[in-house]
Write a protein that binds this ligand. Structure first.
Ligand code: 6PG
Length: 241
């Protein structure tokens, strides 16, 4: 079955529409449980969405939102390639999010120890019935169909059900990563992919034609919602001029 897909005409509209979706999802969580727990995506695509969200200070009570990351590069948190740095610049600092609400992987420990420490933190902070159920996990997709830091053919794709966070190795720099696993992602109440640009069109087409091998295709929330929000270039429907 094809995942639900929403196509926006251009990157700016995609960023606004995705920000709308994030606000609606977090507000529903706050209405239901008095708080919301989100895992932020990395890479470059989410920046425009984060900047949109940073302009919506009045949209919801941000003080009850807990921020995590679905993956991180094992670099210092002030490194230009750090997903945490990008989110702090584009979203967390502009919104004035308190440090106590921010739970970043401790990359200074190195990949394996950072993954172990992050899993412990998730279990102690984020567990409901013993399983961390994120209200929203944001994901991107690489040109090769990877998502978070789950790469094609990677051993990280075949973990035990109760493994939540692992170290992985990217085919490009920065190679050392810490990433949510498929079991953790699939336990979410809502998963939102935000994907833009023509370079993503071949992988997106493979996924929506039913290819189950690509890591991003393997995200199938057990009980939660799944939505792919893409722009026309990624959906390969933009007029070829
Ligand atoms: C990362 C991301 C990764 C990202 C894709 C797409 O740390 O790189 O989490 O999964 O979402 O690589 O990256 P772009 O948005 O830069 O194309």
């Amino acid at each position: 079955m094809k995942p639900p897909l929403r196509t926006e005409p251009d990157p700016a509209t995609l960023a606004r529409a995705a920000a709308d979706r994030v606000v609606d999802t977090l507000q529903a969580a706050i209405d239901a449980r008095g708080r919301a727990r989100i895992a932020l995506a990395g890479g470059s695509t989410p920046r425009a969405m984060y900047e949109e969200l940073a302009g919506r200070r009045e949209a919801l009570d941000w003080s009850v939102v807990e921020f995590f990351w679905s993956d991180e590069r094992v670099v210092p948190s002030d490194h230009p390639d750090s997903n945490v740095r990008m989110a702090r610049e584009a979203l967390l600092d502009p919104l004035g999010i308190d440090a106590a609400q921010v739970h970043a992987p401790r990359t200074e420990l190195g990949a394996e120890d950072a993954a172990t420490a992050y899993e412990i933190e998730l279990r102690t902070r984020a567990h409901d019935d013993g399983t961390p159920h994120f209200d929203l996990i944001l994901l991107g997709m690489g040109d090769d169909g990877h998502t978070a830091s789950l790469f094609p053919g990677g051993a990280e794709l075949e973990v035990e059900e109760n493994t939540l966070v692992v170290a992985s190795t990217a085919p490009v720099e920065p190679r050392e990563r810490v990433t949510f696993t498929l079991p953790l992602i699939d336990a979410a109440r809502s998963v939102l992919f935000v994907v833009g640009g023509a370079a993503k069109a071949p992988a997106l087409r493979r996924i929506f034609d039913g290819d189950r091998d690509l890591p991003a295709a393997r995200v199938v929330p057990r009980d939660g919602e799944l939505l792919w929000m893409v722009d026309a270039d990624a959906a390969d429907v933009s007029p070829r001029g």
